[in-house]
Design a protein around this ligand. Structure first.
Ligand code: AMP
Ligand code: GLY
Length: 433
C-alpha cells in the first residue's frame, strides 16, 4: 500500500471492535475510522454507521460511496455469510477469511471432519442429523458426554451432560424441537475432555502465521466457573504456565497443520485463526475453532500488541506476513467484563453508565465499550449484555488485575454484574508449578 492515510471500516459492535479501532488509530497510516454498527465507545474514535454487520449489500454500497480503502470483517456471522467473498468479487479490500475458510467456525461438523481428515488432536466424536440414530449412539457413550449444535449459537449451543437424561433432553431440543433452528440441523456428540482451557490466536496470510501469546477466557457467568456460558466474562494474557516448549508444541501440532490443511483443501485461511484448546494429559486438544479475533481476548491483546496493527493486517491481505516482525509488550494484561444484570439470560437496557472517565484517569487503564450507546440527551447508556471491558496492564498479572478491579470500583450502572475471580485459577496454577 502507498503511504497515504487509509479510510477504514470496522464491522461489528463489541468491545473487541472498539479495541481493534483503538489500536488501528495509533497507526500513522490510519485515516478516518468507521464502525458498522459500532457502539458508544466507537462513536468516540470514529463514525458509527447504522448498517447491520450482516447486511452485506448495504455495506458494499456504503464502502463504494464513501471510498473506504479497507474493511475489517470482525464478527463470526458476516464471515459465515461470505462477506469476504462478496467484497472481493467487487474488487474491495477486506480482511478476514472466505466463507469456505470460515466454516472452521460456522460448522462444527465441518471442523470435526477437517480435524479427523488432517489427524489434528481433538475429542473423539460423531455427527448426526437423526434423533433416533443419535440416541442409540449416545446410550453406548461414556459419561460425561458433550452434545453440540453444529452451527453458530453465540456460545450457547454446547451441553456438557452428566447424565443420559440430560444428554437426551439436549438431543430432543436440538433435533426434534429445533430450538436452535437450522444451526441445530446437525448435532455433534463428543468425548468430554479435562484440563486447563486456553485461547490461542494467530494472524495468517494463508501461508505464514504469527502466533499471539496465549490467553484465558472465563466463559461462565458466575465465580468459580458456575452458571451458564456467556460470550466471555474476562480474559488474561499471557499465561506464564504455557512455556516456550508447550507453545512450540501447540504451534507444531495445531496451528501449522491447521493452516497447511486448509491450504491443501483449497481453502487457504486469511485473517485471524483462534483455536480454543484443552491442555489434556495427552497433550493440547482442539475444542473448537473460531475464524476471528476472540472477545474479550482481543481487548487484552490490544493492550499488549507492540506492532502497528494496520501493518499486520495489510501484510495478511497482501501475503507478506513473513516479512513482518510482530512484537508483544513484556507485560501482563487483563480485561474484566461488566455485564447487565440477568445476562446471559434476559436483561434490561437503557441504564445510565457513570465513572468511565474516572476509571480511565487511573494508571494503565483503558475502558473498551461493548453494549453501550448515547441516548438523545447525550447520556451513555447500556445497550447489550456485555457492557464494558475494563483493561489494565502490569509487570505482573497480579498487578494488572489489582489495577483493573480498582478501576471497576469507579464504574456504576443499575444491575451491573462482573466476576471477581478473573485470573484467580491461573494464579493458583502458577503457584503450584
Ligand atoms: P465450544 O463452543 O465448542 O468452545 O464449547 C464451549 C465450551 O464448552 C468450551 O469453552 C469448553 O469449556 C466446553 N467444552 C466444549 N467441548 C468440550 C469437550 N469436548 N470437553 C469438555 N468441555 C468442552
Ligand atoms: N472468547 C470467546 C469467543 O470469542 O468466542
Amino acid at each position: 500500500m502507498e503511504n497515504t492515510k487509509q479510510k477504514i471500516l470496522i464491522i461489528g459492535s463489541g468491545g473487541r471492535e472498539h479495541a481493534i479501532g483503538w489500536k488501528i488509530k495509533q497507526s500513522d497510516r490510519a485515516g478516518d475510522l468507521f464502525f458498522a454498527p459500532g457502539n458508544g465507545g466507537t462513536a468516540n474514535i470514529g463514525t458509527n454507521v447504522n448498517i447491520k454487520a450482516t447486511d452485506i449489500q448495504t455495506l458494499i454500497d456504503y464502502v463504494k460511496k464513501e471510498k473506504i480503502d479497507l474493511t475489517l470483517a470482525i464478527p463470526d456471522d458476516p464471515l459465515a455469510l461470505g462477506i469476504v467473498d462478496e467484497f472481493k468479487k467487487e474488487g474491495l479490500r477486506i480482511f478476514g477469511p472466505t466463507k469456505n475458510a470460515a466454516q472452521l467456525e460456522s460448522s462444527k461438523a465441518y471442523a470435526k471432519n477437517f480435524m479427523e481428515r488432517h489427524k489434528l488432536p481433538t475429542a473423539k466424536f460423531a455427527t448426526f442429523i437423526d434423533y433416533t440414530v443419535a440416541k442409540e449412539y449416545l446410550e453406548k457413550h461414556s459419561l460425561p458426554v458433550v452434545v453440540k449444535v453444529s452451527g453458530l449459537a453465540l456460545g450457547k449451543g454446547v451441553f456438557i451432560c452428566e447424565t443420559y437424561a440430560e444428554a437426551d433432553e439436549a438431543l430432543q431440543n436440538i433435533l426434534i424441537k429445533k430450538t436452535f433452528g437450522v444451526a441445530g440441523s446437525v448435532v455433534v456428540i463428543e468425548e468430554f475432555l479435562t484440563g486447563p482451557e486456553i485461547s490461542t490466536h494467530a494472524f495468517t496470510d494463508g501461508k505464514s502465521y504469527a502466533i499471539f501469546p496465549t490467553a484465558q477466557d472465563h466463559k461462565r457467568v458466575g465465580e468459580g466457573d458456575m452458571g451458564p456460558n456467556t460470550g466471555g466474562m474476562g480474559t488474561i494474557a499471557p499465561l506464564s504456565f504455557v512455556d516456550e516448549e508447550l507453545l512450540k508444541n501447540i504451534e507444531n501440532t495445531i496451528i501449522a497443520p491447521t493452516l497447511a490443511g486448509m491450504g491443501e483443501d483449497g481453502n487457504p485461511f486469511e485473517g485471524v485463526i483462534y483455536p480454543g484448546l484443552m491442555l489434556t494429559e495427552d497433550g493440547p486438544k482442539i475444542l473448537e475453532y473460531n475464524a476471528r479475533f476472540g472477545d474479550p481476548e482481543t481487548q487484552t491483546y490490544m493492550r499488549l500488541l507492540d506492532t502497528d496493527l494496520l501493518d499486520i493486517i495489510d501484510a495478511c491481505i497482501d501475503g507478506t506476513l513473513s516479512q513482518i516482525k510482530i512484537n508483544w509488550k513484556k507485560l501482563f494484561a487483563c480485561t474484566i467484563v461488566l455485564a447487565s444484570g440477568g445476562y446471559p439470560d434476559k436483561y434490561e437496557k437503557g441504564k445510565i453508565i457513570s465513572g468511565i472517565s474516572e476509571a480511565e484517569k487511573l494508571e494503565d487503564i483503558i475502558v473498551f465499550q461493548a453494549g453501550t450507546k448515547y441516548d438523545d440527551k447525550g447520556n451513555l447508556i447500556t445497550n447489550g449484555g456485555r457492557v464494558l471491558g475494563i483493561t489494565a496492564t502490569g509487570v505482573k498479572l497480579e498487578e494488572a488485575l489489582k489495577k483493573a478491579y480498582f478501576a471497576v470500583s469507579k464504574i456504576t450502572f443499575e444491575g451491573m454484574q462482573y466476576r471477581r475471580d478473573i485470573g484467580k485459577k491461573i494464579m493458583a496454577l502458577q503457584q503450584k508449578i
